[in-house]
Design a protein around this ligand. Structure first.
Ligand code: UT7
Length: 335
């Protein structure tokens, strides 16, 4: 059997739309208050894509930044995986559209649907191709334009979500560095708790489905909350165990940013000090698949994450799905 490559992140990039929607703006749109949103979720503002901006546009900007950081040309990419629940259209995949925009001529390209856990599913999938030597460089993107599938009259959901994109270039790294373990899971029984009911083959788009608001996100918030705290703690612990580590070995945790109370509860369960947890939900809200890579990119740019640090990326979402990875950071700081 041939030796498996160590695979890690060679560069990250992020992009969020310019338009900021604050809690004060939302107070004028639905029956809510800044105080309710901040205390119940930790969100202060979120970004909203323009009418002419789709997921592939956000993904394009984030990808260019990640490729530049990695020093990899688009033509060198072997694979593009996009995790999203807001593709430009049902098909072609948003990854196909991005491949063309980037000029990544030799790359295979596909989308992957695992809701908010999508980036973790994406890196777990893409890294296998590199680990076994079939491919050398892969681009994985988590991107969402959730503002386009949110009912702006529903205060239960519209205050929570935002738009953005985060990208990572994956490739071979020094032995013993990069991804050390993955934990992925799903519980399809909970699919009803978080879904977009219409527009697929079960309920194709009709005048009636649109009039009934079935093309908007539908969520049972309290149930998802309970599941989330459990899933984040369990999945992070499972990934640590597979990597032969304990929570003491963690330098940083990058959790899915859905609600600060979910993050705090999971962190408490894991017994991690708060300084080790990367949080940006106050500025972006829940960007689903984009939230982990955007938070990771910000922490890398700030210089928080350093060569040899052990990171846990962990998330949960619709499906229901969850996932975690332990990653030993392989990029050396530039002098
Ligand atoms: O990425 C994965 C996707 N989603 C999630 O992770 C979401 C997980 N769930 C949550 O984050 C929380 O459950 C929510 C933030 C959605 C809700 O927080 P909660 O503490 O579970 O509140 P609740 O649903 O129990 O609602 C409490 C009250 C209700 O009023 P009544 O029935 O007690 O009179 C809601 O109608 O708060 C009301 N409410 C609001 N009030 C002001 C709900 N949304 C709002 C709002 N402004 N925006």
């Amino acid at each position: 059997m041939h030796k498996l490559n160590s695979v890690g992140i060679l560069g990250t990039g992020a992009y969020v739309p310019e338009k900021v929607l604050t809690n004060q703006d939302l107070e004028k749109m639905v029956d809510t208050t800044d105080e309710w949103i901040v205390t119940r979720t930790g969100i202060r503002e979120r970004r909203i894509s323009g009418a002419d901006e789709a997921s592939s546009d956000l993904a394009f900007h984030a990808s260019q930044r990640a490729l530049e950081k990695a020093g990899i040309a688009p033509e060198d990419l072997d694979l593009i995986v996009i995790a999203t629940v807001t593709p430009d259209m049902t098909f072609p995949s948003t990854a196909n559209i991005l491949q063309d925009k980037l000029g990544a001529k030799k790359a295979a390209a596909f989308d992957l649907a695992a809701a908010c856990s999508g980036f973790l599913y994406g890196i777990a999938t893409a890294s296998q191709f590199i680990q076994n030597g079939l491919y050398r460089y892969a681009l994985v993107i988590g991107v969402e334009c959730l503002s386009k599938i949110v009912d702006w009259k529903d205060r239960n959901t519209c205050v929570l979500f935002g738009d953005g994109a985060g990208a990572a270039v994956l490739g071979p790294v020094e032995e013993g560095y990069g991804f050390l373990s993955f934990d992925l899971g799903s519980d399809g029984k909970g699919g009803e708790l978080l879904k977009l009911p219409a527009g697929g083959s079960r309920l194709p788009a009709t005048v009636d489905t649109i009039a009934s608001g079935l093309h908007y996100i539908s969520m049972s918030g309290g149930d998802v909350f309970k599941f989330a705290v459990r899933a984040m703690g369990n999945s992070a612990e499972a990934a640590l165990e597979k990597a032969g580590m304990t929570k003491k070995d963690i330098d940083f945790m990058v959790p899915h940013q859905a609600n600060i109370r979910i993050i705090d509860a999971a962190v408490k369960r894991l017994g991690l000090p708060k300084e080790k947890v990367i949080v940006n939900i106050d500025r972006y809200g829940n960007m689903s698949a984009a939230s982990i890579p955007v938070a990771l990119d910000e922490a890398v740019n700030k210089g928080s994450i350093r060569y040899g640090d052990n990171l846990v990326l962990v998330g949960f979402g619709g499906g229901l799905t969850w996932g975690a990875t332990v990653l030993k950071w392989s990029l050396k700081e530039k002098e």
